[in-house]
Design a protein. Structure first.
Length: 409
């Protein structure tokens, strides 16, 4: 037995994770990638692709739950890397529901988890979608600035929500909306709670649908909440838990209940995996191109400038993947992110995606700048990973605060 095996350190994926990886890769190669250019051009939700994924169980609660609970923590990041290798826009249409499900898992009770998550995915014959609604026109990176208000009507045991959410994936077309709202505005993010808005609830409507630079196959829109009345049971975690948390805040005690942040903390390594898939797609295409495209009588990959760039691309992708795997394993095994390892993984992977896709365009030259070649689309898609679920600057702020122990501003 080797020393590495005796120590318990092992980077080999287990058989179950490898099988899921290969399954997801096959779907990405055979179904997602051939459809990518069309749905990017149409800027519409790719329902036929979602239907195909649902038929084979790839878009389903069982798939997401099984991969989320996979013992090594690598089920979701490995599968997502493959799907986003196929196409980030279509992949986000397939996985966007997962963020809402993560929010319910992070903030809700077991009963709420079992009640709402099945309704987020539906069945192969009756597909459903879900949307997580946190950002607002004046509250993106500054989660504490959320203005959407939730007021409790004690006489009816109902919550009344008013406000406007923006940048919501599946916003307005989802069957289930998970909404972060302010209960006690004076407490900032510590005075917020998360609510489930059931299907066909009066007062919820879609606002502006955004025409985007990238990930165009994923629906992104505003969500308007106008006197939306919800039963008390739609408050994730329940009112007793919320009241206890608010009481601690009033007493000046530390509170760990920041509704939006709990969701983002759980999902950051997953976003890193998405970025890696996009980066890997561009790197592989550029690598193959560099061995076939000839200039001055030899493949362009024979030039140091190109070869060194490819070396940087490959190295950064591998480094990003290791950071994502570490953070995912830590999250699954309840290890504290004592150095903000989740933010590290998201930061490095997203910046890697922009670096790799930009250089892929440059390696292809004029061809890379045209829509005849997919690297142009991947370059547009990659930009979002440095922005959503915490911009790169916010990740650096989180890491800086964690490693210094100081209130970095």
């Amino acid at each position: 037995m080797s020393e590495a095996t005796e120590s318990g350190f092992n980077l080999e994926l287990n058989e179950d994770v490898r099988d899921v990886r290969d399954w997801a890769h096959g779907f990405a190669a055979d179904v997602i990638r051939p459809a990518a250019a069309e749905w990017d051009q149409r800027e519409e939700t790719p329902w036929p692709v979602i239907q195909e994924a649902a038929k084979i169980g790839l878009y389903s609660l069982d798939f997401f739950a099984n991969q989320w609970m996979e013992p090594s923590g690598l089920g979701i990041p490995v599968a997502f890397e493959e799907l986003y290798w196929g196409d980030p826009g279509i992949a986000l249409a397939l996985t966007g529901t997962g963020l809402a499900a993560v929010s319910v898992a992070a903030n809700g009770t077991q009963e709420q988890l079992f009640e709402w998550t099945p309704q987020m995915f539906g069945t192969a014959d009756d597909i459903k979608l879900a949307a997580f609604c946190s950002s607002e026109p004046d509250a993106g990176s500054d989660v504490s600035a959320i203005k959407t208000r939730a007021v409790y009507d004690q006489a009816k045991d109902e919550w009344v929500l008013n406000g406007v959410k923006t940048w919501a994936t599946n916003g307005g077309i989802a069957d289930i909306h998970v909404v972060v709202a302010s209960v006690e505005p004076e407490f900032g993010s510590r005075g917020q709670a998360t609510f489930v808005v059931p299907p066909n609830t009066p007062g919820l409507s879609q606002g502006q649908k955004f025409a985007k630079h990238g990930i165009r196959a994923s629906h992104t829109a505003e969500v308007v909440l106008d006197d939306v009345r919800l039963p008390g049971s739609c408050l994730l975690g329940g009112k007793e838990k919320l009241d206890e948390r608010l009481a601690r805040v009033r007493e000046g005690k530390r509170s760990s209940g920041q509704a939006a942040m709990k969701t983002f903390e759980a999902s950051r390594p997953t976003v890193g995996a998405m970025a890696i898939g996009c980066a890997r797609a561009a790197y592989e295409y550029a690598l193959e191109y560099s061995t076939q495209r000839e200039q001055f009588g030899k493949p362009i990959g024979d030039n140091q400038g190109v070869a060194f760039t490819l070396a940087d691309m490959a190295t950064r992708i591998d480094a990003a993947r290791l950071l994502v795997w570490r953070a995912s394993w830590m999250a699954r095994n309840d290890k504290d992110f004592d150095s903000a390892q989740g933010s590290m993984s998201k930061l490095y992977a997203s910046e890697t995606a922009t670096f790799v896709t930009q250089n892929a365009v440059r390696i292809l030259g004029g061809n890379g700048y045209t829509r005849e070649y997919p690297v142009e689309r991947w370059h547009r898609d990659a930009t979002i990973f440095t922005i959503f679920e915490g911009a790169s600057e916010i990740q650096k702020l989180i890491i800086g605060r964690q490693i210094t122990g100081l209130p970095v501003r």
